[in-house]
Design a protein around this ligand. Structure first.
Ligand code: NAD
Length: 263
């Protein structure tokens, strides 16, 4: 594992850090000897475990409850970073949710909640981070957890796909708007990653095989493989990179049905 020495002592805010990809990034940032504000929504125990992983690996952490779809909640994360670590350098909008419905039966409240968390939450987190970076005349770094479904349509998950498609153009727009101020904004687009959001699906051998067949590398990914990309985007090694989605998907966005030269 590469450790980016310049990250030592820098502070990151990670939303939805109580499990899955958010916990893996927290652990990795602990290994980078960083300070991390680990946001959670309802799983306090998971967030405390993430903090323990950060501290075991040489970083510092604090767990903060907040709903990313609320402006007050996001402000609490800004305040926690300032109170505990004197500010922040990196903001990661990772929190997300999904549920399956055929679109003609998709309840408005489910549509609204997914958009509120996955898209409005990214907007609110980004807005708060930009405001802090601009007012403190700091160069800044924002990383949004998008999905392969910012590009690949996903029947029965229309609200999820709409939210991630929104994140794509939101990120590109904000990256352009703030590039001259040295604030970088990028997306990570995970494919099929082994986290609690997929636990039920991957526990069923048939569904696991179906998913794996959509991945040219023919395996699902580990959250640590997303965390290592987050560390690179957070580091100065990616200093000229802004406005992209970096897919971490074993090739899922490459039309795997054509693998083998069929078609
Ligand atoms: P997960 O369900 O394991 O974790 C999601 C986290 O978001 C949880 O900690 C949850 O509590 C938190 N969260 C949900 N609503 C929240 C809210 N209102 N406020 C604060 N936190 C909230 O999922 P994961 O797989 O770790 O997903 C992380 C991100 O990666 C999500 O944005 C997801 O859409 C994206 N993603 C995941 C995969 C995958 O295969 N796992 C693929 C593509 C994209």
């Amino acid at each position: 594992m590469k450790v980016y020495s310049e990250l030592k002592g820098r502070t990151a805010v990670i939303t939805g850090g109580s499990k899955g990809i958010g916990t893996a990034i927290s652990e990795r940032f602990g290994k980078e000897n960083m300070n991390v504000v680990v946001n959670y929504h309802s799983d306090a125990k998971g967030a405390e475990e993430a903090v323990a992983l950060i501290e075991k690996n040489g970083g510092k952490g604090v767990a903060i409850q907040a709903d990313v779809s609320s402006e007050e909640g996001v402000q609490q994360l800004v305040d926690a970073a300032i109170d505990n670590f004197g500010g922040f350098d990196i903001w990661i909008n990772n929190a997300g949710m999904e549920n399956r419905h055929e679109t003609h039966e998709l309840p408005l409240k489910d549509w609204q909640r997914v958009i509120d968390v996955n898209l409005t939450g990214v907007f609110l987190g980004t807005k708060a981070a930009l405001d802090y970076f601009v007012k403190n005349d700091k160069r800044g770094n924002i990383i949004n957890m998008s999905s392969v479904h910012e590009q690949i349509p996903w029947p029965t998950f229309a609200h999820y796909a709409a939210s991630k498609g929104g994140v794509k153009l939101f990120t590109e727009t904000v990256a352009m708007e703030y590039a001259a101020r040295n604030i970088r904004v990028n997306n990570i687009g995970p494919g099929a990653i082994n986290t609690p959001i997929n636990a039920e699906k991957f526990a069923d051998p048939e569904q696991l095989a179906t998913t794996t067949s959509m991945v040219p590398m023919q395996r699902i990914g580990d959250p640590e493989e997303v965390a290592s990309v987050a560390a690179w985007l957070a580091s100065d090694e990616s200093s000229y990179v802004t406005g992209i989605t970096l897919f971490v998907d074993g090739g899922m966005t490459l039309y795997p049905a054509f693998q083998g030269g069929r078609g």
